[in-house]
Design a protein around this ligand. Structure first.
Ligand code: SAH
Length: 255
């Protein structure tokens, strides 16, 4: 069986308990060496065969899975963050299914959650934004025209931009073509939760200069929106005047 495991954003203790258990038992581990923290491999058995997928092609990864499965081994495919976000997991699952190889998926803490935690920020502030747009600039992988950053930026919602730290000027220009202004707060989070993490708070207008100043051009998230500012409304859920399925309105607040 092949287990697709989300390794989390970097700090080795941010893998899930289930993911760690699979890693401890695995006979074969194929990990995304570009972004998975190698400290995690310390959980593996000494006898485990370990491959770095950063140096491999899809057919090579599948070949190891197919042969390993035929020999009865337990296989972990270790992806960075959560495998559902830019994980290239679908093509692997489809190929395994075509070979009749069973697999399951263990979620991970995506880097966008790690980044919010490090910033101590909330993406969905009442009165500010109730929507998180996760996207990227087109690179070698194209982005469908209807999802061009300028068009998504029209909403002015909270935005998390992956895979685009090398294109900060273009990101800034696209955001300004939408609902954001030069002064809209932004942040660049480099290697969230790793020891070498860097957090740069800036604005949409100063994104490129801020990134250049800190020498950040990869392995970073660009976060944009007024959730990084000071204003918001309090949550209705915890409002003493508000009843939920779990809690009656407090008597002293009844009018
Ligand atoms: N599946 C991963 C994303 C893989 S795509 C996840 O859920 O996080 C790789 C991109 O993710 C990087 O270019 C960068 O934009 C972002 N990324 C991954 N780990 C990161 C981290 N620890 N800090 C900041 N950005 C990260």
């Amino acid at each position: 069986m092949v287990h697709f495991v989300g390794a989390g954003p970097g700090a080795p203790d941010l893998i899930t308990v289930r993911g760690a258990e699979h890693l401890k038992k695995a006979d074969i581990v194929i990990y995304a060496g570009s972004l998975v923290n190698p400290v995690l491999l310390g959980l593996c058995r000494e006898s485990a065969r370990i491959y770095n997928s950063a140096e491999m092609t899809l057919p090579e990864v599948l070949d190891i899975c197919t042969k390993g499965h035929a020999e009865g081994w337990d296989i972990v495919r270790l992806h960075t963050g959560d495998s559902s976000i830019y994980g290239a997991i679908r093509e692997q699952m489809d190929a395994l299914a075509a070979e009749g190889i069973p697999y399951d998926v263990i979620p991970g803490v995506s880097s966008f959650c790690g980044a919010a935690a490090e910033l101590q920020a909330e993406y969905t502030l009442p009165g500010v934004s109730q929507t998180v747009i996760i996207t990227r600039m087109a690179g070698r992988t194209p982005v469908p025209e209807k999802e061009a950053l300028e068009r998504l930026a029209a909403h002015g919602a909270t935005m998390v931009i992956f895979l685009s730290a090398g294109m900060l000027s273009e990101v800034s220009a696209a955001l300004l073509a939408g609902a954001y202004t030069e002064d809209t707060p932004a942040a660049i989070v480099y290697k969230a939760t790793w020891p070498e993490q860097k957090i740069v708070r800036c604005t949409v207008g100063t994104l490129a200069a801020a990134g250049a100043e800190q020498g950040i051009s990869k392995t970073a998230l660009i976060l944009v929106g007024d959730f990084l500012g000071d204003g918001y409304e309090k949550s209705r859920l915890y409002d003493p005047n508000f009843e939920t399925g779990f809690r009656r309105r407090e008597a002293s607040y009844e009018s």
